[in-house]
Write a protein that binds this ligand. Structure first.
Ligand SMILES: [Zn+2]
Length: 422
């Protein structure tokens, strides 16, 4: 038996023993009022705690259940019930399973089994009165922690932040937005430091699940201070800005909608070309990328999905409406992974290359429109920038003041944690 299982089993027994004093007190009492209790066949095992078991190398669900008071027959029933609903579930080493029990001392039965599934769901198996098991997927409750670090830079920012427990994804985001200039290894400097206010999402036991947004980051390196602020001008979707409200997280150009070396098989041509299927001359209002079926298609820029569905000759088509009258269109897709009304960030995986609609083979037909007029996607190098202006900029400045006050009240060399339910 593995170490973790041994500990868990031990805690099970200690929980089990806690119920004994209750039984003894009932048996030892002289009080006649308790006479009836003597004849009760069973006593509820009060204090029986749920078991939290960590999945170890070589474990299986069957083994875990059988080692924890579940009969082989019941374990088989549970596993089959899960398989019927969700197919084969694989467990990760270190994953936690919670077992809850009901019944009496002589007849303890598993009442509930639950474990995490993907990042935001939980599979819950509940014993029913008809001796069957109900298998359900429930949203996994996440709790948002806001953490604050104020620290000297003894080595590079990425090393110092990592040592202080900042999730690596967040460190990458910070460097991507501030540039490598903040990540200098500077051992001699005495006043280089960083202040970091950021969000993480944890489970109910406080275990880290995923990174949230950076709220504030200042890095002082080589006598220069660099600032980064997370700000959602629509109240929902956070982008990153410098002190002046200039956006650092969106390239001010549309990016290529496909990764890798993908050839252009047909260029933009408003004058017309022979349509390969229709057999007559017509304009080609976009470019064709000859990518294999299934290749991920990426959002050329951030925006709102204004079309996602089948559109005649275009087959499965997505349209993204960006700011300042810009639109991009992605056609002949094999798969659409977004919904109308959804906001997507630049390079969000929106669908896959296919050959739906009037198409002779797998390719991506890609269009760019400015104020509803088609333009050559290959000539659009600049898009209006995403810097904050007007009321957005005012809101941003107010937000900076709020954050600065928050940091002033928290500024201490230790990690500060506040817990807020999501
Ligand atoms: Zn085309």
């Amino acid at each position: 038996m593995s170490c973790a299982l041994a500990i868990v089993t031990h805690s099970y027994y200690s929980a089990y023993q806690i119920s004994y004093p209750n039984i003894f007190s009932m048996h030892d009492t002289d009080n006649d009022d308790c006479a009836e209790d003597h004849h009760q066949p069973d006593v509820e095992p009060k204090g029986l705690q749920p078991l939290v078991i960590t999945f170890q190398k070589g474990d299986s669900l069957n083994r875990i259940l059988c080692e924890n008071r579940v009969s082989a027959q019941e374990a088989d029933k549970i596993i089959k019930a899960i398989k019927r609903k969700f197919g084969n579930i694989t467990f990760q080493i270190g994953q936690e399973l919670t077992l809850e029990f009901a019944g009496s001392i002589n007849d303890i039965a598993l009442s509930k089994l639950s474990f995490r599934h993907l990042t935001d769901a939980e599979i819950v198996i509940t014993a029913q009165e008809n001796k069957q098991y109900l298998v359900e997927k429930k949203p996994f409750l996440l709790y948002k922690d806001v953490r604050f670090l104020s620290q000297k830079l003894d080595s590079s920012f990425s090393v110092s932040a990592k040592e202080s427990g900042v999730p690596s994804k967040m460190i990458r985001t910070a460097i991507l937005n501030l540039g490598n200039v903040v990540n200098i290894k500077n051992k001699n400097s005495t006043d280089d430091h960083f202040k970091f206010l950021y969000e993480v999402y944890c489970d109910k036991n406080g275990n880290f699940v995923k990174s949230g947004n950076i709220l504030y980051l200042s890095i002082r390196v080589k006598n220069k201070e660099h600032f980064l602020y997370g700000f959602a001008k629509d109240g929902k979707n956070t982008e990153y800005y410098n002190h002046q409200g200039e956006c650092t997280s969106i390239k001010s150009s549309l990016v290529r909608p496909l990764d890798g070396r993908v050839p252009i098989t047909s260029k933009f041509n408003l004058k017309g070309r022979w349509h390969p299927i229709k057999g007559y001359k017509r304009a080609h209002k976009g470019v064709d990328y000859g990518a294999c079926s299934g290749t991920p298609v990426l959002a050329a820029g951030p925006g709102v999905i204004t079309q996602a569905g089948y559109a005649g000759g275009f087959g499965n088509t997505i349209t993204i409406t960006h700011n300042s009258g810009y639109k991009t269109v992605y056609a002949h897709l094999s798969k659409i992974k977004v919904k109308r009304g959804q906001y997507v960030k630049q390079r969000h995986h929106i669908g896959n290359v296919g050959s739906t609609g009037l198409s002779t083979g797998a390719h991506l037909h890609y269009e760019v429109l400015i104020n509803n007029k088609h333009v050559n996607p290959l000539s659009v190098t600049k898009m209006p920038n995403f810097n904050l202006t007007g009321t957005d900029l005012n809101k941003f400045k107010q937000n900076i003041q709020k954050i600065k006050m928050e940091i002033k009240s928290k500024d201490a060399p230790t990690v500060y944690v506040t817990e807020r339910k999501l």
